[in-house]
Write a protein that binds this ligand. Structure first.
Ligand SMILES: [Zn+2]
Length: 267
C-alpha cells in the first residue's frame, strides 16, 4: 500500500468505529427500547377511573360516565364522562395553588420525562400516620445513589396504597374529620427545589400530610413550578433508583391538573 493512502484508510476505520459507538450509545441510553418486545418492564402507576375511588372529604360528585352510543343500537360504542380534575391518580399543575402559575397544558413536555427517585418511608409511616419526609431521608438516598439529578421526579412510597380503595382507612380521618396520612415536609421540598426536580409524587391523597391545614408543600412546590402526582399506584414495584418515568396528564387548556397516566420504565 502506498504511504499516502494510509492516513485515508485510518480515517475511514476511525469514522466507522465512531459510528458504531454512537449506535451502541443510542441503544444503551434509549429507555423505551425493549418495551414492545417485553425485554424492558413497564409499571402502570395509575388506578382505573370509576365513581368508587377514594374522594377528597366533602366532594360529592366525582365521576360520571354515560353511554352515548351502543353497539346494539348504533353499531358502535361511545360514552361521555364528567369528572373532577383532582380525583383518582392525578396531577396537580403549578396553577393549582398560589403562587404557582402554569396550567396543566403549559407544563414543558421535557418535565414529563425523568429519572424516578424513590424514597421509601413505609416503616416511618407505619409508626406515625402524620409522618412528614425528613431532609435526612433525602440525604440518605443521595448517600446511597448519588446527588438527585435535575429533572428527576421524586416519589414517596408510604405504603398507603395498601389501604386503597378503602376510603375510611386511606383518608384515616379522626373524630374531628382531620385526615392522618404521611406526606412531604416543606423542608424536604425546599431541598428538592434546589435540586431542580420536575415534580414530586406520592401514594396518598395529598403531597402534604393529610393533617396539613396550610398546604405548605403545595404552596412551595407548585409555587416553584413543580407538579404533584397524587394517589399513585404500584410504587411497591419500583427500585429506589434506576427507573425512568413517563408522566402523561390530560391536556386540559387552563386546567388546574387532571387525571394522569404515569408509567415507570424499569432498569
Ligand atoms: Zn390534587
Amino acid at each position: 500500500m502506498e504511504r499516502r493512502r494510509l492516513p485515508v484508510l485510518f480515517a475511514l476505520i476511525f469514522a466507522g468505529w465512531v459510528m458504531a459507538q454512537q449506535k451502541n450509545a443510542s441503544q444503551a441510553t434509549n429507555p423505551v427500547e425493549g418495551v414492545a418486545s417485553g425485554r424492558t418492564r413497564v409499571v402502570d402507576l395509575g388506578y382505573a377511573i370509576n365513581d368508587r375511588l377514594v374522594k377528597w372529604p366533602g366532594d360529592t360528585r366525582v365521576f360520571e360516565a354515560r353511554t352515548n352510543a351502543s353497539v346494539e343500537k348504533n353499531g358502535y360504542f361511545t360514552r361521555s364522562f364528567w369528572m373532577l380534575e383532582h380525583y383518582g391518580t392525578h396531577m396537580d399543575a403549578p396553577i393549582h395553588f398560589p403562587p404557582g402559575k402554569t396550567p396543566v397544558d403549559r407544563i414543558p413536555v421535557e418535565h414529563l420525562f425523568g429519572p424516578a427517585v424513590l424514597i421509601d418511608v413505609r416503616a416511618e409511616a407505619a409508626r406515625d400516620a402524620d409522618y412528614r419526609l425528613r431532609v435526612e431521608r433525602v440525604e440518605r438516598w443521595e448517600q446511597a445513589h448519588g446527588r438527585i439529578a435535575p429533572g428527576s421526579i421524586v416519589l414517596l412510597r408510604t405504603g398507603w396504597a395498601a389501604r386503597w380503595p378503602d376510603a375510611v382507612r386511606y383518608r384515616n380521618q379522626d373524630a374531628a374529620g382531620v385526615m392522618h396520612s404521611p406526606g412531604f415536609s416543606v423542608e424536604s421540598v425546599r431541598v428538592l427545589i434546589e435540586r431542580k426536580v420536575s415534580g414530586i409524587g406520592i401514594d396518598t391523597i395529598s403531597a402534604d400530610a393529610g393533617a396539613s391545614k396550610d398546604f405548605e408543600v403545595h404552596r412551595a412546590a407548585l409555587g416553584a413550578g413543580l407538579y404533584h402526582l397524587e394517589n399513585l399506584a404500584n410504587l411497591s414495584a419500583l427500585p429506589e433508583a434506576g427507573a425512568f418515568l413517563v408522566v402523561a396528564p390530560i391536556k386540559l387548556e387552563g386546567g388546574s391538573g387532571g387525571p394522569c397516566r404515569v408509567f415507570a420504565i424499569l432498569p
